[in-house]
Design a protein around this ligand. Structure first.
Ligand code: PEP
Ligand code: MG
Length: 569
């Protein structure tokens, strides 16, 4: 049975499923043999005992550190974890349904929560959340490798199957090990999806029912072209899919023989620079393969996420930046200073920050020691190529002024007479509105349409329940973009777009029509954007942009897009 989801990255993959334990702590429903039922129950009891012991220890620690309230909650959780009235129904479910302990735990805890939620007594309904929390702690003990899976045990060409993926987990993956990715949750605009795309692997997200149907090590098909996953394919389906895999390989081999120094333009010869969005140095291969004109956005926060609990040292960072600059020369490399916080939380406190919390430049200014280390590393590497520094999540000119002061102080310490151009991401509505004032203190702008859309439309980019509201080409977003472009032109500073809208052929056409001549996107998206731009004259794109800007709703822009692309996006 084919399962529908949303395509994040095209192509088709066939491989055996590898199930990744995710931040939500649950795994798939796996049938077990009748003779293994008792050992599965014993596994559950042992995990519950370990979980309970850990919770008690945590309770003691927190009593010493922060006093009573949290400690008493944790002690209560420790007791629930080994309470037979909770564990017995889980065991009964394992025996009755002959399924794995993790799944039985989840199903039972959710059932209890639902029952308690119906109670009119708030104490009882809150108890349901406690039960779920306890079940999660036990599930984490059940996992042999709480961080995810044993990377060394993965056969090459596997399909990564998970509920969802945090950016930190995504960045820890080795794309060489996988043929494709399928996620039950996740949105196309999440950072995990952006990374999956940058791997260039077929990927489909938001596949409801995936974990129920996928089986560990069973062959499956991920069709990124159609946004479909086939968790239990028939032989003819497998054969057809494998034929497509080999056709794609041949096409890719032909594409890799293209001229790496080519430039892109519209059909009337208007030059549009097409650069790459990169998260990790390993993606340099893709920058070269798709002949990107340098890096238009290096998301440096992934260096922090990949480094784990400790920040990368200034020396490690310098080596990475120098490597990027040398590889891309003579093209520019735009390094965005780290945009940690929110979805890209680093450390337990950060993870709690919301999209409106301490992110980007706000995080940097709150942690000047980290920020200055990064700026120093950038300055030290700056001689290796054409470096530009970009500040994320700016909402006022004062933030740019402080960053510029740090940069000048550090440059003096490093005996440098010049500092690299310092630019600003326009991704908060306040920044777009103040574009003229920001242009007065910035050397260039780069529009982040992913966040700009989220904040203009008040629709979180990772929340599937508001996915229909999250429309980066909605007229309200387009008008803010146009306002920003006009302000940059008026003040005569360069302007680029590095949000995902630039990697969509129609979106790129719209942006070119509004006057943008510098676009940055996941390298795999370059060929289709290039093709669309080359097929249209600049004057046509200007008419298109004017029509889109005049629309009153996102549906109007979508029907324009369907007309221009024949419904293919
Ligand atoms: C954006 O917000 O458009 C952007 C490019 O940055 P990120 O997706 O990393 O938030
Ligand atoms: Mg952003």
């Amino acid at each position: 049975m084919a399962l529908r989801g949303e395509s994040v990255s095209g192509g088709i993959a066939v491989g055996r499923a590898v199930m990744l334990r995710t931040r939500h702590g649950w795994v798939a429903r796996l049938p077990i043999l009748p003779e293994n039922v008792e050992s599965e129950c014993a596994r559950l009891r042992a995990a519950a005992a370990r979980g309970s012991a850990k919770l008690s220890a945590l309770a003691e620690e927190s009593a010493a550190a922060i006093g009573g309230d949290l400690a008493s909650i944790l002690s209560a959780h420790a007791m629930i974890a080994i309470d037979p009235t909770f564990l017995k129904p889980v065991e009964r479910r394992i025996r009755r349904e002959q399924i794995n302990a993790e799944w039985a735990l989840r199903a039972t805890a959710e059932e209890i929560r639902e029952r308690l939620a119906g109670s009119s007594d708030p104490v009882f309904s809150a108890r349901g959340e406690d039960i779920l929390e306890v079940a999660r702690s036990i599930a984490s003990e059940l996992s042999e490798n709480p961080q995810g899976f044993d990377k060394d045990a993965i056969e090459p060409g596997a399909i990564l199957v998970a509920d969802d993926l945090s950016p930190a987990q995504a960045v820890g993956l080795d794309p060489e090990q996988f043929a494709g990715i399928a996620l039950e949750r996740g949105g196309v605009h999440s950072h995990a999806a952006i990374i999956a795309r940058s791997f260039g692997l077929p990927a489909v997200v938001g596949v409801a029912g995936l974990l129920d149907l996928a089986g560990r090590r069973r062959p499956m098909i991920v069709d990124g072209d159609r946004g479909v996953v086939e968790p239990a394919p028939s032989r003819p389906q497998l054969r057809r899919a494998l034929e497509r895999v080999s056709q794609n390989r041949e096409r890719e081999a032909a594409a890799s023989r293209v001229d790496r120094r080519r430039v892109r333009s519209t059909s009337d010869g208007t030059r549009i620079a097409v650069r790459a969005n990169v998260e990790l140095p390993a993606e340099l291969k893709a920058v070269e393969r798709f002949a990107a004109e340098g890096i238009g956005l290096f998301r440096s926060e992934f260096l922090y996420l990949a480094a784990g609990e400790r920040p990368p040292t200034a020396a490690d960072q310098e080596a990475v930046y120098a490597g990027l600059l040398t590889a891309c020369r003579p093209h520019p490399v735009v390094v965005r200073t780290y945009d940690l916080g929110g979805e890209k939380g680093w450390g337990p406190r950060d993870r709690e920050a919301s999209a409106l919390g301490l992110r980007g430049i706000r995080h940097s200014l709150a942690h000047p020691e980290l920020f200055r280390d990064q700026l120093r590393a950038l300055l030290r590497a700056s001689g290796k190529g054409a470096l530009r520094i970009l500040l994320p999540m700016v909402s006022s000119p004062a933030e740019v002024t402080v960053a510029r002061r740090y940069l000048a102080e550090l440059a003096a310490e490093e005996h440098l007479t010049e500092t690299p151009p310092l630019g600003v991401m326009i991704e908060i509505p306040a920044a777009a509105v103040l574009a003229a004032e920001l242009a007065a203190v910035s050397d260039f702008f780069s529009i982040g349409t992913n966040d700009l859309a989220q904040y203009v439309l008040a629709a979180e980019r990772t929340d599937a329940s508001v996915a229909a509201y999250y429309q980066p080409a909605a007229p309200a977003v387009l008008r803010m973009i146009k306002w920003t472009i006009d302000a940059a032109k008026e003040k005569d500073i360069p302007i680029a777009v590095c949000g995902e809208l630039a990697g969509d052929p129609f979106g790129a056409g719209l942006l070119a029509g509004m006057g943008v001549r510098d676009l940055s996107m996941s390298p795999v998206l370059i060929p289709r954007v290039e093709e669309f731009l080359a097929a249209h004259a600049c004057s046509e794109l200007e008419t298109l942009a004017a029509e889109a800007l005049a629309c009153s709703c996102a549906e109007g822009v979508r029907s324009l897009s369907d007309r221009w692309t024949g419904g293919k996006r």
